[in-house]
Every structure is written in structure tokens, then in C-alpha cells.
Design a binder for this molecule. Structure first.
Ligand SMILES: NC(=O)C1=CN([C@@H]2O[C@H](COP(=O)(O)OP(=O)(O)OC[C@H]3O[C@@H](n4cnc5c(N)ncnc54)[C@H](O)[C@@H]3O)[C@@H](O)[C@H]2O)[C@@H](O)CC1
Ligand SMILES: Nc1ncnc2c1ncn2[C@@H]1O[C@H](COP(=O)(O)OP(=O)(O)O)[C@@H](O)[C@H]1O
Ligand SMILES: [K+]
Length: 507
């Protein structure tokens, strides 16, 4: 477990800090240390001599900001302070007195503020406890309108530390220096527009204190490369054969959505799976063969609408011949009997896209209760609402935990910050992605990729949520790399499949 993987709520952070202070670390010494690290970072980014405005709140977030103000003052920056509060915490107040005595300009009124090149936001950190109201709310809106770079200490002031919700209004930071451990709110979708580039400032919190508060295995974690390296079946055993490296069955596609089947197949190809079989309607079989010559394409009888009407597997094969099944992309809802059939099988199963829409109509919870083996659901927001209309969506982490616990499945909720939960509430959040992936077909690629990884490792005592997390990370990293080379407009789903292998090569 690395610090980069850990996520905390404000209550947990307070408990961890409390242990450090109880063990003897002076509060003021920790504030010096944290603010020193922030000042060092700022100095690397911003040339000396520039003018910096420091926004100071009443608590220790404001205290951190005041120490930064003092440091930057001595390091040759032109500093001014905006501090509109009548009452400050004691340590914060001492730093404020000292800054004034040093001759740093301090202001309480907005209209007196001089121009500046950048702002440091130390109004509120994880101690924000209620909606921000005027005059502070107006001040925050005013600073946002300046369109200067804003560096937020710990988190942009105004964001709820756990849910990322905007409490009244919030600073729109260009950079966030998260202190010590990642706050949960910074991984919530609704916070993304406010955070800018986020970096963790490690101030040496002892691991023992983290474990004492979060347990030996923390429940909510960020996916990192470490998770992925531990999960992927690399290196391959020197002596193996194709059926030992997993046999994945994809059930996907229709006359209407033939491309979805190709993309799912290409995603699976990149996983390195030993054998790939793809069941599609008979009429699109030649198309699939031409795109995926290595796969076994199973042409199935079809409905009048061009959907699979019956799974016609090759001789001496039934569903139990496969190590894993991924079902859904491009099926259309006319393939309902097929989805029922795979749900009734014992094989580890991923349900995506139309398979999820069909599941919602069959009754999500009652239908999945019958399943004994691994089930993975990969809804986007719309599919999630159809599957779980009664789950409150305000906090996506809680929503995905509830969905997993109600169904016994591992649930991956897609989005800018994909969240994954197992039925026991163990959560992975994907910390990085790109809006370049918000394009038709990129989810199909994910389903194929995940299916291929699952088929290779499912019999090897892995945690299923780690498999799902690995696929999500790999998929989004490929998107990020592709966007870097081709812009955010250049990442169509086919192109995305071409970048998947590059991520492994660079690891
Ligand atoms: N002790 C230290 O030196 C350390 C300080 N840290 C900093 O301390 C912060 C937490 O400090 P605090 O617990 O003092 O909390 P904050 O500084 O986040 O804010 C709490 C203060 O704001 C007031 N407040 C809360 N909501 C308000 C609202 N809506 N309108 C007006 N006032 C409001 C509270 O009454 C309290 O005075 C962290 O975010 C971080 O920046 C730690 O991260 C690192 C160690
Ligand atoms: N704004 C975004 N930022 C990052 N990733 C995104 C964003 N929007 C969508 N994605 C990712 O793109 C994929 C889209 O999947 P999905 O909605 O199923 O598309 P489709 O069904 O067309 O393939 C998901 O992996 C999702 O997490
Ligand atoms: K802040």
C-alpha cells in the first residue's frame, strides 16, 4: 500500500492528525513543514519577483497560507494578504500578526486589492463545515473572475472534503496541493472543474497512524500502476498453452451495431487472452473475421431485427467451456433470452451496455440473486439509473458501494472518475482520465479488455475488483497517451485500441 493509493475523508484525516499531535509533533512545527513544502513547489513553478496574493481563512488552512506568505516574502516575491475574518484560530492569528509586523500588506476589502500574477488559496481546507455565505462567497466569485492561476492549499476552498460538492461557491483552482493524503472529494466527479492539476504533498505521515485509523487494508483506494502490475498475468509462465491463458467468450453485436462487436474484440485482443471466441449474428460474421482473424467467430441465428436469437456454440462446447464471458455491447434489447441464458450460467460474467438495459427490465436485484459466480456490471450514469433507480447519486462512491452490496456484483460506474466497488464496499477510484474518451465505442473497448484480463486471471485467486480496476486504469491511460499525441479530439475508439499496448510497453 502506497500513500498515493490512500484516500481519506475529513474525519479520518482529523483522526490521523490527532494521533500525530498526541504523539508529540507540535502543531506549529507541522504547519512550518507543510507550508515549507508548498513554498518550494511554488518557487519551482513561479519566477521570483512576481506578485502573489494570499487568501487567508480563519483556520489552519489559513495558517498554512500565512506561512507560505512569509516564506515567499523572504524568497523575493511581492506578497499581499487578503484576510477578511474577524476571528482567527490562535496559531493562525500569531502568523497573521507576524506577517503584519514584517510589513507584508494586508487587506480586508476587495476593492483595495492590488493586481497580482497568481493567488494562493488558504481560505478553507478540510475544516469547512457549512455553506459559504457572503461576503466570503462574493470574494471567491470575484477571485475566480480574475482568471489568474490559483494554487489551492489542500483543496479548493468551498468543496466538501468527502463528496466534492460545492458548498455555496468554490475557488476554481488551476493547481491543488493536497496535503498528506488524498481527500475523497478530490476524486469525485462534481469537484473536477474546480481542482485543476492536483498533486499530493507528502509530509511524512507515519504509516502506523494511517493504518490505525483506516485499518490494515483501507477500504477506499486510488488505482495506481502498482495495482495493475500486481494483477496483470506478467510474466507469462514459460510453459503454457492457449487454453491455459484464458478462453474468453464475447457475446456482442447486431446487424445495427456491428462496429461495437469489432471494438469489443479489439479491446480483448490487447489483453493478451489465450483464446478469444466472439458470438455475433450470422450476417456480420464475415466482417468480424476480417477484423479479428485470430478469433473464433461464432455466427448465431438472428431475429428479424438482426439481433442474436440463439447462442449456437460449436460442437462439444457449452458455456462452461469458457473461463469468462463478456456480454452486451451492440446486442440491442432483442437479445433478451441470450442475456438470461448467460446470467443463468455459472461462468464469471461481465454485463455491459444492452445487457445492462435488459437486466434492468428483468429486475436487477432479483435476477442477480440467482448467480453464484463472479458478476461484473459496467454501467455509465444512464445505465446505472436504469439498474438502480432508488439509489441516491449525490455521492458516487456511496452509490456504487450500495449497488454492489445490493447485487453481490462488482460494479464499475463509468465516468470522468470511474468508481468500482465490490459487495463488501471495497472501492477503487480511477484517479486520472481524459474527456477524449467521451466518445461512442470507448466503453466497448473497455469491456473487451476487461473480459480478456478476467479470463486470464480469474482462476488465480485474484480479487475481482482488482481485475476491474486494472482494466479501467489501462483503458484510461491509453486514452491519456493518445490524447497527448493526437489532441482530445483525436481519440476515436479504434485509435484507442492501438494505444493499449503502448501503455504496457512503457510500464
Ligand atoms: N496542523 C497543521 O499545521 C496542519 C494543517 N493542515 C491544514 O489545516 C487544515 C485544516 O485546518 P482547520 O481544521 O483549522 O480547518 P480549516 O482551516 O479548513 O477551516 C476551519 C475554520 O473555518 C471556519 N469555517 C468552517 N466553515 C466555514 C464557513 N462556511 N464559513 C466561514 N467559516 C467557516 C471554522 O469555524 C474554522 O475556524 C487543512 O486543510 C490543512 O490546510 C494539515 O493539512 C497539515 C497539518
Ligand atoms: N469526461 C470523461 N473523462 C474521462 N473518461 C470518460 C469521460 N466520459 C467518458 N469516459 C470514459 O469513456 C468510456 C465510455 O463508455 P460508454 O459510456 O460505455 O461508451 P460506449 O457505450 O459508447 O462505448 C468509459 O470508460 C468512461 O469512463
Ligand atoms: K484551500
Amino acid at each position: 500500500m502506497t500513500k498515493e493509493q490512500i484516500i481519506v475523508t475529513s474525519a479520518q484525516m482529523r483522526d490521523i492528525e490527532g494521533r500525530i499531535f498526541a504523539a508529540g509533533m507540535p502543531v506549529a512545527a507541522l504547519m512550518e513543514k507543510v507550508a515549507g513544502l508548498i513554498s518550494d513547489r511554488l518557487q519551482v513553478i513561479i519566477p521570483k519577483g512576481r506578485c502573489v496574493g494570499i487568501l487567508v481563512g480563519p483556520g489552519h488552512n489559513g495558517g498554512d497560507a500565512l506561512v507560505v506568505a512569509r516564506e515567499l516574502h523572504f524568497r523575493g516575491y511581492q506578497v499581499w494578504i487578503y484576510q477578511p475574518f474577524a476571528k482567527l484560530k490562535e496559531l493562525t492569528n500569531q502568523h497573521f500578526q507576524y506577517a503584519q509586523n514584517l510589513g507584508i500588506s494586508c487587506f480586508q476589502e476587495l476593492d483595495k486589492l492590488p493586481n497580482c500574477d497568481f493567488l494562493v488559496d488558504g481560505l478553507f481546507g478540510f475544516g469547512l463545515e457549512r455553506e459559504i455565505t457572503d461576503p466570503i462567497a462574493s470574494a471567491i466569485n470575484h477571485f475566480n473572475d480574475w482568471n489568474k492561476p490559483i494554487f489551492s492549499i489542500d483543496l479548493p476552498s468551498g468543496l466538501h472534503t468527502d463528496t466534492g460538492e460545492v458548498l455555496g461557491t468554490a475557488i476554481r483552482a488551476t493547481h491543488t496541493f493536497c496535503l498528506g493524503l488524498w481527500k475523497q472529494g478530490l476524486l469525485q466527479e462534481q469537484a473536477l472543474e474546480y481542482i485543476g492539476q492536483a498533486k499530493l504533498i507528502d509530509f511524512d505521515i507515519p504509516l502506523a497512524d494511517i493504518h490505525a485509523v483506516l485499518g490494515e487494508v483501507p477500504k477506499i483506494k486510488r488505482i495506481t500502476k502498482t495495482t495493475v502490475i500486481q494483477t496483470l498475468p506478467l510474466p507469462r509462465p514459460p510453459v503454457t498453452h492457449k487454453y491455459k491463458a484464458g478462453h474468453l467468450l464475447l457475446i456482442c453485436g447486431s446487424e445495427r451495431y456491428a462496429g461495437g462487436a469489432i471494438l469489443t474484440g479489439l479491446g480483448a485482443r490487447s489483453s493478451g487472452v489465450g483464446m478469444l471466441s466472439i458470438a455475433v449474428p450470422e450476417s456480420i460474421k464475415p466482417l468480424l473475421v476480417s477484423h479479428l482473424p485470430e478469433a473464433l467467430i461464432i455466427g448465431c441465428p438472428e431475429t428479424e431485427t438482426g439481433a442474436i436469437s440463439q447462442l449456437k456454440l460449436p460442437e462439444r462446447t457449452d458455456l462452461s467451456s469458457f473461463t469468462a464471458i463478456a456480454c452486451g455491447p451492440g446486442l440491442t434489447k432483442d437479445a433478451t433470452p441470450i442475456v438470461e441464458q448467460v446470467i443463468n450460467s455459472e461462468v464469471p460474467l461481465i454485463l455491459d451496455a444492452d445487457a445492462l438495459n435488459i437486466l434492468a427490465e428483468l429486475g436487477t436485484i432479483s435476477t442477480l440473486q440467482k448467480r453464484q459466480n463472479t458478476t461484473i456490471l459496467t454501467p455509465h450514469t444512464g445505465e446505472f439509473h436504469r439498474l438502480f433507480p432508488d439509489i441516491d447519486f449525490q455521492d458516487r462512491v456511496k452509490a456504487v458501494q450500495t449497488a454492489a452490496s445490493q447485487t453481490g456484483a462488482v460494479v464499475l460506474l463509468k465516468g470522468a472518475r470511474t468508481a468500482i466497488s465490490n459487495p463488501q464496499g471495497v472501492v477503487w477510484i480511477n484517479p486520472e482520465s481524459t474527456p477524449a474518451l467521451a466518445r461512442g465505442g470507448s466503453g466497448d473497448v473497455l469491456t473487451g479488455l476487461m473480459g480478456g484480463i478476467l479470463a486470464q486471471v480469474v482462476n488465480k485467486q485474484v480479487n475481482i475488483e482488482n481485475v476491474v480496476a486494472t482494466a479501467a486504469w489501462w483503458h484510461s491511460q491509453a486514452g491519456i497517451l493518445a490524447a497527448k499525441e493526437r489532441t482530445e479530439l483525436g481519440v476515436d475508439a479504434f485509435t484507442l485500441t492501438q494505444y493499449l499496448m503502448r501503455i504496457l510497453c512503457d510500464m
